[in-house]
Design a protein. Structure first.
Lengths: 483, 291
C-alpha cells in the first residue's frame, strides 16, 4: 500500500513538474507589467468553464499556471462536455449567481448570448480602464475569425481562443500508393487525387469501400458524422454538406422573415438541399458501420484508426491525427484539401455570397455577472499575447492571431499536416461559421427528431426536408422571430 | 416532551435541506408549467399561459411517442429485474464456492454512475467495433446495429438497465428472504406442499411488501432514466429510445423550452404516482382488507 501511495505521489509530482516546466518555458515579454497589474488582485481566484477540447485543455494545464506564476491570480478552468458547459454557463448567467468569470462561447452561441446581454463589452472596458490594458494586447492582432465575436457596435465580446475549419482529410499513403492508383485508373479511367466535385468524391469513396471489401481490410471510402440521435449529424449536413451544394445559413433567410420553406422564400427544402441530403446519405451508406453512432469525436477517431480513406473532419483534431502516435495510426499519412463542391459554389464563396464549409471555434467571454471582471480582463488579454501562441497552436490545431502562422513550430506542424495551417490562413475566408441567429439550439432541437427519422429511413429525404422546413418556421414563429 | 424536541432538532437539518432542494424546486416547476418561457425567444419574459402547455401535450406526437416507448421500457426492464433479481437472491441464500466473490462482483454495477454505465455500453455496442456486435457477428452472423435498428437499440437499453439495477433488487430481496421466519416453511413441507405452492402461498405473500417497495423504487427510477440512454443512443435511432427523461432533457436544456418542459415533468410525476397507486391497490390493499 505504501508503495502504491509513493507511486501515486511520484506520478502527481511528475505531472505537476511537467506542467510547471511547460509553463516556465513560455517567456512573457514585459513580465514586470503583468506582475504589477496582478498585485491588486493578489489572492483572487478566477473561475472559467469551457468545453474539453485540445485548446481548452492547454489553457487549463499550461496558461492558467503560467498566469498565476506571473500575477498571483489563481485561475481555475473547468473543462467538461459541451452540454455540461452550456448548461452551467447559461444557468450561472441566467440566475446571476456570478460563479464564473469566464465562459466558453462557441461561435454558434455568441449571438444568443449577445441577444440576452450576458457578456461584457471587452473593447469598451479596456478603453475605459487604461491601467488594465496590456501593452502587447491589441485587437488588431486577431485573425478575421474575431469578427464572429463582435457585437453590432463593432466591439469585441469574446477573446478568440480556438479557430479551425472543417477540412477534407485524405490518406496520402493510400492516394500515393502506385498499386492503388493503378487499380483506381483501371476501374474509373481517372487519376487518383483528392476530389474537387461531389461526383469525384463519390467515385473515390465507392472505390475504397470496394477495395477494402475485396482485400479483407477494415477500410471504407469516407467518414460520415451520421449519429441517429445526436445533433452532430444535423450539424454535418447543414454546416458542412449543404453549403457545398449552395444551401447557406441552414436554408433560413433571415432577411425574409426567417423563411425556411421554399414557398415562403427559404431554401431548407429546396431541390439543392434535397440533392445534398441524398448525396450525403449515399456517402453514409458506404462509410464505416460505426458512422451511424458517430459524432465529431468519433469521426476523428475513425479516421485516426485508419478506417477511412477520406472524409470531412473538424480541424481541431487534424493535428493529433497527423502527429500523435499514441492516438493515431495514420501519423504522417494525412493530406488536406478543400471540400468537394458543386459547380458555381466556389465562385459564390469568393464573391462573398456563399461559403464552402464550416469555420468553427470559440472564445472566452466575460459574463456581466462576474465578480472579478477586472482580473478576468487581465487573463483574457494574457490568452491573446503573441508569445504564448506558438506552442498552443501546435498542441491544439488552432490559430487566432495572424502572427502565429509564421512561427517555426507552426510551420513545422503545417508540413506534417499537409498544409492545414496554410489552408486556414489562405482559404479560411472561404469558410463561414454558424449563421448569426440567436436561436441555434431551439431550431435544431425542433427539427432534429425529423432529421433522425430521415437517417433511419422512416421518412424519405424529400418529405423529411419539407417537414423540417415547416417545423423550423413553426418554431421561429413560437419564438417570435417569424411574424 | 424533551425527547420530542430533541427529535425535531435532529431532524431539522434534513427538513431544511428537503425544503430547499425538494419542496421549493417542485413548486417552482409547478409554477413554471403554467407559463411560457424560453430565454432565447425574441421576448424572453415569463408569460402566464394557463393550461396551454398541458393542452399542447395532448397533441404533441413527440411526447406521446416518448410516453409509449417509456411504458414499454419500464415494463420490460422492471419485470426482468424482478425475475432475475429474485432468482439471484434465492441463489445467494444457498452456500456455494466463490459465493462472496460472485456477490461482490454482481453488486459492482450498482456503484457506477449512470453516465459511466452509458459510456461502457456505448463502447461495447458501437456498430462493428464494439465487443458485443463483433462477437455476435463472428459467432452467429448477427448484425447488431443500435444506430439503425430501433428494436436493437430498445433491447440494449433494457439490458443495460437490467445490468445496472438488478443488484439493487437482489440485495433488497436477500434482506427480505433472510428475515422470513422458518416455521411457515417447515409446516408447509410437513403438510406436503411442493416448491411452487410454497413460493405462491408463503414466500411471495411474505416478501410482497419488500417486493412492492422495490418495484416502486425501480419504477420511479426507470421512468426518469436519462443519463445512460442519452450517452448510449442519444434517444435514437430516430426516437426509438427517446424515453420521457430524455425527452424532457432535450426540451429543457438544449431547447430551453422551460415552461413546456416543466409541464412534461409534472405530467411524468403524476403518471408515476398513479402507477404506484395502482400497484398498491392491486397488490397490497386486498391483503390489508382481508386482514
Amino acid at each position: 500500500m505504501k508503495f502504491a501511495y509513493k507511486l501515486s505521489a511520484s506520478a502527481i509530482a511528475l505531472a505537476m513538474m511537467t506542467g510547471m516546466s511547460f509553463a516556465q518555458d513560455i517567456e512573457i515579454k514585459n513580465a514586470e507589467w503583468w506582475q504589477e497589474a496582478g498585485k491588486k488582485f493578489d489572492g483572487t481566484t478566477l473561475r472559467g468553464v469551457t468545453e474539453s477540447t485540445p485548446a481548452s485543455n492547454y489553457i487549463a494545464d499550461v496558461l492558467a499556471p503560467k498566469f498565476e506564476e506571473l500575477t498571483g491570480i489563481d485561475v481555475q478552468i473547468e473543462t467538461t462536455s459541451w452540454d455540461q458547459m452550456y448548461d452551467k454557463a447559461i444557468k450561472d448567467m441566467e440566475a446571476k449567481t456570478g460563479i464564473y468569470d469566464m465562459v466558453y462561447i462557441e461561435q454558434d452561441i455568441v449571438y444568443a448570448y449577445l441577444s440576452r446581454n450576458f457578456l461584457v463589452d471587452i473593447t469598451k472596458s479596456l478603453n475605459e480602464k487604461a491601467e488594465l490594458k496590456a501593452p502587447e494586447y491589441s485587437e488588431d492582432n486577431f485573425t478575421t475569425f474575431a469578427e464572429n465575436f463582435r457585437g453590432s457596435d463593432g466591439d469585441l465580446y469574446g477573446v478568440p481562443m480556438e479557430a479551425f475549419i472543417k477540412v477534407y482529410l485524405y490518406r496520402t499513403d493510400l492516394f500515393d500508393d502506385p498499386k492503388i492508383q493503378a487499380a483506381f485508373k483501371e476501374k474509373t479511367g481517372k487519376d487518383l487525387k483528392p476530389a474537387k466535385t461531389h461526383a469525384e468524391y463519390t467515385e473515390i469513396a465507392q472505390f475504397f469501400t470496394d477495395y477494402g471489401k475485396e482485400n479483407g481490410m477494415d477500410l471504407w471510402g469516407t467518414t460520415a458524422q451520421a449519429h441517429t440521435g445526436h445533433p452532430a449529424s444535423w450539424y454535418e449536413y447543414f454546416e458542412s454538406v449543404a453549403p457545398t451544394f449552395g444551401v447557406y445559413d441552414w436554408g433560413i433567410d433571415a432577411n425574409d422573415n426567417y423563411a425556411a420553406t421554399v414557398e415562403n422564400g427559404g431554401t431548407m427544402n429546396s431541390p439543392e438541399a434535397k440533392e445534398a441530403l441524398k448525396w450525403w446519405l449515399s456517402m453514409r451508406d458506404i462509410a464505416p458501420p460505426e458512422s451511424v453512432q458517430s459524432t465529431w469525436t468519433e469521426v476523428a477517431t475513425t479516421f485516426a484508426a485508419g478506417r477511412a480513406a477520406q472524409g470531412l473532419v473538424y480541424g481541431e483534431n487534424a493535428a493529433w491525427i497527423a502527429t500523435d502516435e499514441s492516438k493515431s495510426r495514420v501519423v504522417g499519412e494525412v493530406g488536406v484539401a478543400l471540400p468537394p463542391l458543386e459547380p458555381g459554389v466556389m465562385e459564390e464563396a469568393e464573391s462573398g455570397k456563399g461559403y464552402i464549409g464550416y469555420y468553427d471555434g470559440g472564445a472566452f467571454g466575460l459574463p456581466v455577472t462576474s465578480k472579478s471582471k477586472d482580473a478576468a480582463l487581465l487573463f483574457m488579454q494574457f490568452m491573446a499575447l503573441p508569445e504564448i501562441q506558438e506552442d498552443w497552436a501546435a498542441a491544439g490545431s488552432r490559430i487566432t492571431l495572424t502572427s502565429t502562422y509564421d512561427t517555426p513550430k507552426v510551420k513545422e506542424v503545417d508540413k506534417e499536416l499537409g498544409g492545414y495551417y496554410s489552408m486556414l490562413r489562405d482559404d479560411g475566408k472561404l469558410f463561414k461559421g454558424a449563421p448569426e441567429y440567436p436561436f441555434h439550439r431551439q431550431v435544431i432541437e425542433a427539427t432534429a427528431p425529423t432529421f433522425y427519422e430521415i437517417l433511419t429511413g422512416s421518412i424519405g429525404p424529400d418529405e423529411g426536408l419539407d417537414m423540417m422546413a415547416q417545423k423550423a418556421e413553426e418554431e421561429l414563429k413560437n419564438l417570435g422571430y417569424r411574424k | 416532551m424533551q425527547s420530542n424536541r430533541l427529535g425535531w432538532i435532529l431532524l431539522a437539518p434534513t427538513l431544511v435541506i428537503l425544503f430547499f432542494f425538494g419542496v421549493v424546486p417542485f413548486f417552482y416547476v409547478l409554477w413554471l408549467s403554467f407559463h411560457q418561457w424560453n430565454p432565447f425567444a425574441l421576448d424572453p419574459a415569463v408569460v402566464y399561459n394557463g393550461a396551454d402547455n398541458f393542452r399542447a401535450l395532448v397533441f404533441d406526437n413527440g411526447f406521446l411517442a416518448s410516453l409509449g416507448v417509456t411504458i414499454a421500457f419500464v415494463f420490460f426492464a422492471v419485470l426482468t429485474e424482478l425475475i432475475v433479481g429474485y432468482l439471484l437472491a434465492q441463489a445467494f441464500m444457498k452456500e456455494f464456492p466463490g459465493k462472496a466473490v460472485f456477490r461482490t462482483i454482481h453488486t459492482l454495477p450498482l456503484i457506477m454512475a449512470p453516465i459511466i454505465v452509458g459510456s461502457i455500453w456505448k463502447l461495447m455496442t458501437t456498430p462493428s467495433i464494439g465487443i458485443i456486435p463483433s462477437l455476435l457477428a463472428s459467432w452467429f452472423g448477427f448484425d447488431l446495429n443500435i444506430g439503425t435498428s430501433a428494436v436493437a437499440a430498445f433491447t440494449v437499453t433494457v439490458i443495460m438497465d437490467v445490468w445496472h439495477w438488478t443488484p439493487l433488487v437482489t440485495l433488497t430481496l436477500i434482506a427480505a428472504l433472510v428475515s422470513l421466519p422458518a416455521d411457515p416453511f417447515e409446516q408447509a413441507q410437513i403438510d406436503g406442499a411442493n416448491k411452487r405452492q410454497i413460493f405462491w402461498h408463503i414466500t411471495l405473500p411474505m416478501i410482497a411488501p419488500a417486493l412492492l417497495a422495490t418495484v416502486f423504487i425501480r419504477l420511479m427510477d426507470a421512468l426518469r432514466t436519462v443519463d445512460e440512454v442519452l450517452m448510449l443512443t442519444g434517444g435514437g435511432p430516430g426516437s426509438a429510445t427517446r424515453y420521457l427523461g430524455v425527452h424532457i432533457f432535450k426540451e429543457v436544456f438544449p431547447k430551453t423550452n422551460y415552461g413546456y418542459g416543466s409541464a412534461v415533468s409534472i405530467i411524468v410525476l403524476y403518471l408515476t404516482i398513479v402507477a404506484c397507486w395502482l400497484l398498491y391497490v392491486a397488490l397490497i390493499a386486498p391483503r390489508n382488507k382481508k386482514a
